[in-house]
Design a protein around this ligand. Structure first.
Ligand code: C5P
Length: 423
């Protein structure tokens, strides 16, 4: 007997063919797959091939007398550990966000009391449309986990951006991760359920010309670990990331950006949020007028002079918002000397509630901090300075998110009128 069982709801999209491989990979791992196909999905993949691979009959109709007698949408949605929607089209997401139930796929989702994982796939403009983003935020607040969409070429010629279904191994990993998480009564949702957390991570790249840029040394490891820890605690997470080589944490909605200006715009779009964690190593300056052509290195041309202008300070901008300020604003301070003194200065000058100050000189931290796996930080707040021992970046992330949950938990009981700053 197969130990775990999922229901896979296939939406209609060109990426539906990837589900055939997904079903095989899951069954190889001993995970049973029962498939519901929307009418549109059947235009892309035949129920016959899905049935052959899943070794089960495929469910397609809400009103099928045989099905309703044998196994209706209620039982279908309950006899599994997890419901996976892939590809999750804009239409399926919208239906689920609004509680519609006019076909079998949406009825199964509405009748479900199980965890739901959605892997969106659609045209990038559809993904970025405020209606889709609103629906995704609503579903995340309802406890739905998202994986992807990934960035890349679209099936439509000449179209590229964020909208591709994540690759099958990433989808398998997200499914296994969710199946491995214990479900324990009402606490299953985690201490940050219903909370929206915005995290910035990685460096920014400020163009000099089409091939050169100014950047900071930042791997994104700490910021991405914080986003992953917040997802694990049940939060809806928007991760606004500069260019990095670390994988996006499953369950976070990733907004990829390059420059500081794009990062600030993305943060504003992601608000409202309960918590903002600004971990990105934002470049302090950008080139006033980046060249549209590659600047040539030649003897008879003068050495180029770069005029720099200051970038917006994202942390400061958000920490000092009059309306729409997150309840808790956390900044990072990467310093190479007098870490606590400089960190405390930033705590004041930026208006952040907490500053996580770390020594990036790397002295004493095995492997170094920049790009490394470990970190040693000081948490600076209105209550003073707490110096934490050296830990892995993942442990720092878990500890910080635990503190965030503790803070919000206390605020729930003694909630202040809106607009006040966190202490
Ligand atoms: O670069 P600095 O040491 O001032 O960074 C401290 C904090 O401010 C970090 O949390 C960083 O993400 C944030 N920051 C920002 N925008 C900038 C510069 C820094 O959000 N332009």
């Amino acid at each position: 007997m197969e130990a775990k069982r999922i229901v896979l709801i296939m939406g209609g999209g060109i990426a539906a063919y990837k589900c055939l491989d997904l079903i095989r990979r899951l069954r190889e791992r001993g995970i049973g797959v029962r498939v519901v196909m929307t009418r549109a999905a059947q235009e892309f993949v035949t129920p016959l091939s899905v049935s052959a691979l899943s070794n089960e009959r495929v469910f397609t109709d809400l009103f099928d007398l045989d099905d309703e007698r044998e196994i209706g949408h209620i039982r279908l949605s309950r006899q599994c550990e997890l419901i996976v929607v892939a590809p999750a089209t804009a239409d399926l997401i919208a239906k689920a966000a609004n509680g519609l139930a006019n076909d079998l796929a949406s009825a199964v989702l509405l009748a479900s009391d199980k965890r739901i994982l959605m892997a969106p796939a659609m045209n990038p403009r559809m993904w970025l449309n405020p209606a889709t983003q609103r629906n995704v935020r609503q579903l995340s607040a309802d406890g739905v986990t998202f994986v992807g969409p990934a960035i890349g070429e679209m099936a439509e010629a000449g179209e590229a951006g964020q909208g591709r279904l994540v690759e099958v191994p990433d989808l398998v990993a997200a499914i296994e991760e969710l199946l491995s998480r214990p479900v324990v009564g009402a606490d299953a949702a985690g201490p940050l359920a219903g909370r929206h957390i915005v995290v910035t991570s990685g460096p920014t790249h400020e163009p000099i010309d089409p091939v050169r840029y100014i950047a900071n040394r930042s791997s994104g490891k700490q910021g991405h670990a914080i986003a992953a820890a917040a997802v694990a605690a049940g939060a809806q997470v928007t991760l606004i990331s500069g260019p990095v080589n670390v994988p996006a944490p499953a369950g976070a909605t990733v907004m990829p950006v390059e420059t500081a200006e794009q990062m600030l715009k993305a943060v504003r779009e992601a608000l409202p949020a309960d918590v903002g964690i600004f971990c990105a190593a934002v470049a302090d300056w950008r080139v006033a007028q980046p060249s549209s052509e590659k600047i040539k290195k030649s003897d008879d041309v003068q050495r180029p002079r770069l005029e720099l202008v200051e970038n917006p300070d994202i942390l400061k901008t958000i920490a000092q918002l009059d309306t729409g300020r997150p309840e808790l604003v956390i900044g990072f301070a990467a310093e190479t000397e007098s870490v606590v003194a400089y960190g405390s200065k930033k705590h004041q000058s930026k208006g952040a509630d907490w500053i996580v100050a770390n020594d990036v000189s790397g002295e004493g931290v095995s492997g170094g901090v920049m790009g490394g796996e470990r970190n040693r930080v000081h948490l600076i707040s209105g209550d003073g300075v707490e110096s934490w021992p050296e830990m892995s970046k993942r442990e720092v992330a878990d500890a910080l998110i635990a503190r965030v949950a503790e803070f919000l938990g206390e605020r729930k009981i003694t909630k202040q009128p809106k607009g006040g700053k966190a202490k």
